[in-house]
Design a protein around this ligand. Structure first.
Ligand SMILES: *Cc1c(COP(=O)(O)O)cnc(C)c1O
Length: 738
C-alpha cells in the first residue's frame, strides 16, 4: 500500500511511480527495475528492491532533481503508458479491445481463444507459497517460484485466473552463515504496509473477514490483495484482532511448524480460501490445487453442496468436475499426511455438517479408503477429487503412476490416468535485460509474444556468435562482481577476519568457466557429491590452462542438521586459499540471487538422485540466458536432453523403472555419478569452453549455447505450460492444441 505521505511528496510528473509500485507488473517488464533503482542505487539494495520502501525512504531532494530530468521523466511516462495499455486488456474486455480499433497491443491469447463469459468465472489457483519477487517473501523455493511464474504468465496471456495463498508475517527464514560455518535462521517481521498489498474491505470500509473453525473456535481471517499484472492474488492472514494469541500465529511462518501447525495452515488455505472467494463474490469455474496443501478446499466445496441438499455422491461429482490437481514431489516430506484423530479434534463441529458421513470423507484421504490405520493424505484426497491430476514432467508422471497406483487398483501402471504437464519458466522474469535487447534486435521487437513458438528459436542463428558471446561474457563478469560484493558483505556481517573480508575483492575470475550450483540443501539434491573427490576437484579448479570455478547458494531446512553439516564443510573451503579464489558460497538464495546466477553462469549443474527431482526449474531459467545444463537425467532434463546433439550434457545412467528400487532409490550410483561429472568437466566441457578463435570466441561453445536456446526455450517456457493447463481449466472450449 502506498504511504499517503509519500504521495504528497511526489511531484505530479513523478506520481506514476506510486501507481507502478502498487502492481508487481514493473518487476518483469523492461525498464521497471531500473526506474526504481535509479532513484538511489545503494538504497535500492538496502530496501530489498522494494519500490514502496524506496519511495518512502528516498530523500525528497532526489525527487526535485528527477522531476526536471527529461530522460527520467520520459522513461517513467513510457513505462506507465505500457502499464496502462496492458491493464486495459484485462480478460473480458473483448468489446473495448475491438472498439479501440487499432489497439496498441495485439489481443491476448485469452481474448483470442476463450469466450468472453470465461472472465466472469475465473479459475481459482491455490498454493501455499508464491514466489513473485524477492521483496515479497512468500516463498521458499521451487514450488513458489513455479506458482509465481504461473500467475505472471496467466496475466500476460489474459487468462481469467484468481489466486489464493497465505500471507506470512515472517515468511521463510533468512539465512545467516556464522564464522563457524553453521547456518542460522533469522525471521524478520514483514511490514505489510510497505508491501504492494491492499487490505480488502467491505462496503462499510471495515476489513472483510471470514472465519474458519479450528478446535471449536471461529478463527477470523482477513484478506489482502496483491496485483500481479491482471491477476489478483488474495492472501489470507490470521493475525487479526479478536483472535486468540495462538491463532494469530497460524500464518506466521512458511513451513516452520510441526504437523499440527501445518494442518491448521492448510485448513486456513483450503477452507478459508473458499470462504474468502465467496465473501469476495467470486464464483470460480474451476479450482486448481497446486500441490496438496490446499486440498482441504474439497471438504468445503462438498459441505456447501450437502448444505444445499445434495447427496454425498452428487456433491463429490460436482467437485470432481471442477477440480484440477498438480503434485510437485515424490519425496514423502512434500506429501502431507495427518492422523485422522488430529483432524477430527481440530474440525470438531465442522464435521457435523457431513451428516454422519465423515468416515467416508476420511476414506478419500487414504490410498485404500477402508484402511483405518492409514493416516489422511492430502495427495490421495486431491487425486481422488480432481478430474485431472498431473505430474510436472514426463519422468515424474511415470513415477506418480507407480507411487499412486493403489488409488486405481483395477488399473495397470500403464493405464494410470496421471498426466504429465512439464513445468516451464516465465521468461521475462528470468532473462537478463541485455539478452532481452539482443533478441529484440535480431529476432524482432515482438519476440516475447512468441516465446513458446519453436519457429522463433529456430532463427537463433541470426544472432552473430560474437555478439552472443560478448553479452554472455559481460553477464558472467557482472555475476563475478556481484559475488565479490555479496561475499564482502556477508563476511563483514558475520564478523570474519579482515583478511578474509579483503580477499572478497579478488575471488573468482570473470574469464574462467563458471558453474552455478544453487538449490535447496536437501538430501536428494546430493550436495555431498561435491565433496566426494576433493583431489580431483582441486586439480580442475586450479588447472593451469583450463580452470573452472563454482558459485554456490542454497538453504538447508531449519531442522536438517545433516544438510547443515554438509554446508559447513563447503563453507570451510574459504579457509583454503587454493579454493577460495575459485569457489564461493553466497548466503540467502532468493529470486535476486537466482536471477544473477542463471544470467551469468556458463554451466548450470544439477545432481539429484533419480527419480526424486519431479521437475526442477532453475536450469530452465539459464537456457534463455545462454547457460548450458549439465544434469543427471531426472525431472525435466530427462525429456530435454537431445542425446549428443549439443544442447547440454547428461550425467550417469538413466533411471530404470524396472529396478526394484525404482521409486525408493538408494545411493548406489553415487561413485559412478561423481566420476561422470568430473570426466565431463575435464574432458569435454572445459576443453570446449577454452577452444577459441583468434578473436577469443569459442565457436564450438557458442554452437552449444545456440542448440540449447533453439531446442529448449519454447518447450520449457511457462507460456507453453500455462496453455496446457488452460486446456484442463476450460475443457469445453476449443483451445488450440499448441
Ligand atoms: C527457480 C528457483 C528454485 C527452483 O530450483 P530447482 O532446484 O530447480 O527446483 C528454487 N529457489 C529459487 C530462489 C529459485 O529461483
Amino acid at each position: 500500500m502506498i504511504d499517503p505521505s509519500v504521495l504528497e511528496l511526489l511531484p505530479p510528473n513523478l506520481s506514476a511511480l506510486a501507481r507502478l509500485a502498487g502492481n508487481l507488473w514493473w518487476s518483469w517488464n523492461e525498464g521497471g527495475e531500473s526506474l526504481f533503482r535509479d532513484l538511489a542505487p545503494h538504497l535500492w539494495r538496502d530496501c530489498q528492491h522494494n519500490p514502496l520502501e524506496i519511495l518512502r525512504r528516498v530523500a525528497p531532494d532526489r525527487f526535485s532533481q528527477l522531476t526536471v530530468d527529461p530522460s527520467y521523466v520520459g522513461r517513467l511516462e513510457q513505462l506507465s503508458q505500457s502499464f496502462d495499455a496492458y491493464m486495459q486488456q484485462a480478460p473480458g474486455q473483448h468489446a473495448s479491445i475491438r472498439a479501440s480499433g487499432a489497439p496498441s497491443r495485439p489481443a491476448t491469447w485469452g481474448h483470442l481463444h476463450l469466450p468472453e463469459e470465461a472472465a466472469e468465472h475465473p479459475v481459482a489457483y491455490f498454493c501455499a507459497e508464491f514466489g513473485l519477487h524477492e521483496s515479497l517473501r512468500l516463498y521458499s523455493g521451487g514450488l513458489g517460484s513455479l506458482a509465481g511464474d504461473h500467475l505472471k504468465t496467466a496475466s500476460d496471456h489474459g487468462l481469467p485466473l484468481v489466486a489464493v495463498g497465505l500471507l506470512y508475517r515472517n515468511g521463510y527464514f533468512s539465512q545467516r552463515l556464522g564464522t563457524d560455518g553453521w547456518q542460522r535462521e533469522v525471521y524478520d517481521d514483514a511490514d505489510f504496509d510497505a508491501l504492494p498489498l491492499e487490505l480488502v474491505r467491505d462496503a462499510g470500509g471495515s476489513p472483510l473477514l471470514v472465519e474458519v473453525p479450528i478446535r471449536g473456535r471461529a478463527v477470523r481471517i482477513q484478506i489482502w490483495r496483491a496485483d500481479v499484472g491482471r491477476v489478483r492474488l488474495f492472501l489470507l492472514d490470521c493475525d487479526v484482532e479478536g483472535n486468540e494469541a495462538i491463532d494469530r500465529w497460524i500464518t506466521a511462518h512458511l513451513y516452520g511448524g510441526d504437523a499440527a501447525t501445518r494442518m491448521v495452515q492448510e485448513i486456513v488455505l483450503g477452507i478459508g480460501g473458499i470462504r474468502a472467494l465467496r465473501a469476495l463474490r467470486i464464483t470460480p469455474s474451476g479450482y486448481h490445487m497446486n500441490e496438496g496443501h490446499s486440498a482441504f478446499l474439497v471438504l468445503e466445496l462438498i459441505r456447501e453442496r450437502l448444505l444445499r441438499g445434495a447427496s454425498l455422491d452428487d456433491a463429490c461429482a460436482w467437485v470432481r468436475e471442477r477440480a484440477v490437481f498438480t503434485t510437485h514431489t515424490p519425496v514423502p516430506a512434500g506429501n502431507d499426511v495427518f492422523e485422522t484423530s488430529m483432524i477430527r479434534d481440530c474440525l470438531q463441529g465442522y464435521l457435523d455438517d457431513f451428516n454422519g458421513q465423515s468416515d467416508t470423507i476420511f476414506g478419500l484421504g487414504r490410498r485404500p479408503p477402508g484402511d483405518e490405520f492409514e493416516p489422511f493424505g492430502m495427495t490421495p484426497l486431491a487425486i481422488r477429487m480432481a478430474h485431472s491430476s498431473n505430474a510436472v514432467s514426463e519422468r515424474h508422471r511415470e513415477v506418480c503412476a507407480r507411487m499412486w497406483s493403489p488409488l486405481w487398483p483395477e488399473r495397470s501402471v500403464e493405464e494410470s490416468p496421471f498426466r504429465g504437464i512439464t513445468n516451464g519458466v516465465h521468461i521475462p522474469t528470468w532473462i537478463a535485460p541485455l539478452m532481452r535487447r539482443l533478441y529484440a534486435e535480431h529476432l524482432g521487437a515482438d519476440w516475447l509474444e512468441r516465446v513458446d513458438d519453436p519457429d522463433l528459436w529456430a532463427q537463433i542463428d541470426r544472432v552473430p556468435d560474437a555478439e552472443l558471446w560478448r553479452i554472455h561474457s559481460l553477464l558472467r563478469a557482472r555475476l563475478v562482481a556481484g559475488a565479490r560484493d555479496g561475499a564482502e558483505q556477508q563476511w563483514r556481517r558475520a564478523g570474519e577476519s579482515d583478511q578474509l573480508v579483503r580477499a572478497a575483492r579478488s575471488i573468482l575470475d570473470p574469464n574462467v568457466l563458471t558453474i552455478g550450483f544453487a538449490r535447496r540443501i536437501a538430501g536428494y539434491k546430493r550436495w555431498d557429491l561435491l565433496l566426494a573427490d576433493m583431489d580431483r576437484a582441486l586439480s580442475l579448479l586450479n588447472h593451469p590452462e583450463r580452470p573452472i570455478q563454482f558459485v554456490f547458494a542454497g538453504k538447508a531446512h531449519p531442522r536438517d542438521n545433516e544438510g547443515k553439516r554438509v554446508l559447513q564443510q563447503i563453507l570451510a573451503w574459504r579457509e583454503r586459499p587454493e579454493i577460495l579464489k575459485r569457489a564461493i558460497f553466497l548466503e540467502g538464495y532468493d529470486h535476486f540471487l537466482g536471477r544473477k546466477l542463471v544470467q551469468g553462469v556458463d554451466i548450470w549443474l544439477n545432481l539429484p538422485l533419480p527419480p526424486l527431482e519431479a521437475s526442477g526449474t532453475s536450469g530452465m531459467k539459464a537456457i534463455v540466458n545462454g547457460g548450458l545444463n549439465v544434469s543427471v537425467l531426472d525431472g525435466w532434463w530427462a525429456e530435454a536432453w537431445d542425446g549428443h546433439n549439443g544442447n547440454g550434457w547428461a550425467i550417469g545412467e538413466p533411471w530404470d523403472p524396472a529396478s526394484p528400487r525404482a521409486i525408493n532409490p538408494t545411493r548406489d550410483r553415487d561413485p559412478a555419478d561423481v566420476r561422470a561429472v568430473f570426466d565431463l568437466l575435464e574432458h569435454q566441457i572445459a576443453p570446449l569452453f577454452y577452444d577459441r578463435d583468434r578473436a577469443g570466441i569459442p565457436h564450438g561453445w557458442v554452437a552449444h549455447m545456440k542448440a540449447s536456446i533453439r531446442t529448449l526455450t519454447a518447450a520449457f517456457s511457462a507460456s507453453r505450460m500455462v496453455k496446457e493447463y488452460a486446456r484442463l481449466y476450460w475443457p469445453g472450449t476449443s483451445l488450440p492444441s499448441r
